[in-house]
Design a protein around this ligand. Structure first.
Ligand code: T4K
Length: 387
């Protein structure tokens, strides 16, 4: 690996890139290959590929045990899981969400002709600011979807208080927060329900996949109905449902990954600490913190590039990408600056000052089981250059 000490050593200035192969954000964490192949063999032998098969049942049981939640309903992906949860809660009209999230949070509402109303975030936590929500409530508001961004829990208590005060439903997009806890309780137990993504890029993946977790028996029943075309029994359809089922191979991948969760989290935490050691000495950069008294998956290395840093966030992304470090500007520019929301609400940004600032500052760095300390030291040497 090349040494990077000065500007002249940077690939953006003509030097060889630090990494021969691209270093991605979101490289999948993978469990034991032999274990996965064993599941795949069993699935072949059984000729049972989908529709609530044995792997899905086993996965759901293990997920319920892991999270301490009554019902875990495995789904084909997180977006469909969000759509089904939103529908099962009977949300309509307007629903308050952050704009600083992956676009799926907003689209899951818009897809069902529900208006996502964007409320601002707390710049320290990057999650919904309960006070900002109050400003956005109208007679059409039916619910709030908090997003536990980067796996850091929303201010659940304050959000629940606002929801109760106005008679709104509260659910969470917990796509990033699998295996994280809040006040000693696993994420999955808050609000009416919580929705996870098990996409390839997530801490725990099933190739594609997702899940709704809830402690509410009736809601779980409704979600299962909606997930399976509305079948309440053989040949008996009682609702216009959709197909949200997880397939067996994905569930086998999930079961494989569940046995390696400790390995994933240990590597992520180690990587986080390596970044932390390097970044704390660099003026103008700060790494977001996780509450070490809780369970965290440490899946996201999120750095804020402040004005004091010698180059802008976008320039830094260009510098890193030239080195083959494919850092990302998640979740720039915010959902309200993407279609159809920009055309529908062209002035939404006026009420989202913190969202706009955070989205301009954040950079997400590569981590996970495919990144090690040497890689991180090389990345840090880029960040330490006097530009
Ligand atoms: N809510 C929130 C808050 C979310 O973050 C997401 C998903 C959802 C809801 C919806 O859940 P799902 O329906 O996806 O289950 C990615 C993911 O596609 C998306 O799942 C994720 N959030 C989002 C944060 O990131 P992109 O457009 O950035 O993906 P892409 O293709 O650029 O992949 C990211 C990097 O990962 C690439 O640089 C390469 C690497 N990669 C990716 C895949 C798929 C691999 O190395 N191997 C792979 O198999 O959206």
């Amino acid at each position: 690996m090349k040494q990077i000490r000065t500007k002249a050593d940077l690939a953006i200035n003509g030097a060889t890139p630090a990494f021969e192969q691209p270093l991605h954000v979101g490289r999948p964490n993978m469990g034991d290959r032999a274990k996965f192949l064993q599941y795949a063999n069993e699935i072949f032998d059984r000729r049972w590929f989908s529709n609530n098969g044995p792997c899905v049942k086993e996965l759901e049981k293990k997920l319920s045990d892991h999270l301490g939640v009554k019902h875990c309903i495995a789904m084909c992906n997180g977006t469909i899981a969000l759509e089904i949860a939103i529908r099962a809660l009977g949300l309509k009209g307007e629903v308050i969400v952050p704009s600083y999230t992956f676009i799926a949070t907003a689209h899951a509402l818009q897809w069902q002709e529900i208006t996502p109303v964007f409320a601002d975030i707390d710049p320290d936590t990057h999650t919904l600011d309960p006070e900002a929500i109050r400003q956005m409530i109208t007679p059409k508001t039916t619910g709030i979807i908090g997003v536990h961004l980067w796996g850091r829990p929303c201010n659940v208590v304050a959000l629940q208080a606002v929801a109760d005060e106005y008679g709104l439903q509260l659910m969470f997009d917990a796509a990033h927060a699998f295996s994280c806890s809040h006040q000693g309780k696993m994420i999955g137990n808050f609000g009416r329900c919580e929705v996870f993504s098990f996409h390839a890029t997530k801490f725990f993946n099933t190739f594609e996949g997702g899940m709704v977790a809830t402690n509410d028996d009736e809601l779980a029943k409704q979600i299962r109905l909606m997930q399976n075309f509305g079948f309440s029994g053989a040949d008996n359809v009682i609702y216009p449902g959709t197909n949200g089922k997880m397939n067996e191979l994905s569930a086998g991948m999930g079961l494989t990954g569940l046995s390696s969760l400790d390995k994933f989290v240990n590597q992520n935490k180690k990587n986080y600490q390596s970044y932390q050691k390097g970044v704390e000495d660099i003026a103008g950069l700060s790494l977001i913190k996780y509450d070490d008294s809780e369970q965290n998956n440490y899946q996201y290395i999120v750095i804020e590039v402040k004005d004091e840093f010698s180059i802008s966030r976008d320039e830094l992304v260009d510098v890193l990408q030239a080195e083959n470090v494919l850092a990302r500007k998640y979740f720039w520019p915010g959902c309200h600056n993407m279609e159809p929301y920009t055309s529908l609400h062209p002035h939404a940004g006026l009420l989202l000052p913190e969202t706009e600032q955070v989205a301009e500052r954040v950079i997400v760095m590569p981590t996970g089981t495919s990144v090690d300390e040497n890689d991180i030291n090389s990345i840090l040497s880029v960040l330490k250059v006097r530009f």
